[in-house]
Write a protein that binds this ligand. Structure first.
Ligand code: SAM
Length: 277
């Protein structure tokens, strides 16, 4: 099995995820009238730490403007893309290697009236099917952890960005205390994972020609927010979320939390610009 096939096998599910999500939304939405909209899907369609809150945080840094063309690399089933469209009136190309996710991204975007604003594209991030200087923002959340060819990834990011435009990232990186506990949400075993230490990632992105605007290690703040949330919830069951789509998801999430607590993984958000600061 190629590396790409191993990755897509990890994420792929039997049967459309979109139908299951729409069913869950109908169950948990209550009696709200009116057509379905993107925020109705938000607790089920974002597969990264912090969900829509982290997406909103990264968007505040990247500052999309109405009409921008955004490329989301490793877009999953399009949750972050729909949040950007909803809040900033941009158009997002939602690129992902997992074909079933691209199909789900199209179905969910159609269900919330965003068929023309979220454009799924099934492709590999290290061979982007776009011309040079195409995008106003290149965006990625929790995808580089699966991509071992990081030189190829960041060179492609730099190539497709318009001069002066921003690359926004939100990723998990290697911690100094050893590998994370597997299985994690992104990899069943170390063979599917491609974590590098933050300083190595930083150097690779700079080497692609992009200029650093900001680099934030969010791990401690995230752990503190999770601790406060646990404290507030006490023994209450978790809110409806991705664990209703992926059996075993809560165990994977616990492994990730333990890895973060023990410094076996770090969470970083960052912004880089093509051209000078
Ligand atoms: C943890 S999910 C994150 C999805 C989405 N960014 C989100 O936050 O909801 C990682 C995604 O990266 C995609 N991915 C992994 N390797 C990729 C590659 N080489 N090219 C494009 N997408 C890739 C996977 O298919 C998966 O959908």
């Amino acid at each position: 099995m190629t590396q790409g096939n191993k990755i897509t096998a990890h994420y792929r599910r039997e049967g459309p995820l979109s139908e299951r999500i729409l069913e869950l939304v109908r169950t948990h939405r209550g009696e709200i009238e009116g057509p379905l909209c993107a925020p109705d899907l938000a607790r089920f369609d974002q597969f990264h730490m912090g969900g829509p809150r982290s997406t909103a945080h990264l968007a505040k840094l990247a500052h999309p403007r109405a009409g921008d063309l955004v490329l989301d690399i490793g877009a999953g089933i399009g949750g972050p893309a729909r949040q950007l469209v909803q809040n900033y009136e941009v158009t997002v190309v939602a690129l992902d290697l997992t074909e079933s996710f691209c199909i789900d991204a199209a179905a969910l975007s159609q269900a919330v009236g965003m068929k023309r604003a979220v454009l799924p594209c099934c492709s590999d991030a290290t061979r982007l099917p776009f011309r040079d200087d195409s995008f106003d923002i290149v965006w990625t959340q929790h995808a580089a952890m699966n991509i071992s060819n990081k030189v190829g990834l960041y060179e492609e990011v730099a190539r497709v960005l318009k001069p002066g435009s921003l690359f926004a990232l939100h990723d998990i990186m290697a911690g100094p205390a050893g590998p994370p506990y597997y299985p994690t949400p992104w990899a069943g075993s170390e063979q599917q994972s491609a974590l590098l230490p933050p300083e190595d990632v930083r150097q690779l992105i700079r080497a692609s020609g992009l200029v650093e605007v900001q680099w934030n290690d969010e791990t401690d703040a995230l752990l503190e927010a999770q601790r406060a949330e646990r404290e507030a919830r006490k023994d209450a069951p978790p809110d409806p979320g991705p664990h209703l789509l992926y059996p075993g998801f809560l165990d994977l999430a616990r492994n990730l939390q333990r890895s973060l607590r023990e410094d076996r993984a770090r969470v970083v958000t960052a912004l880089f610009r093509k051209g000078t600061l």
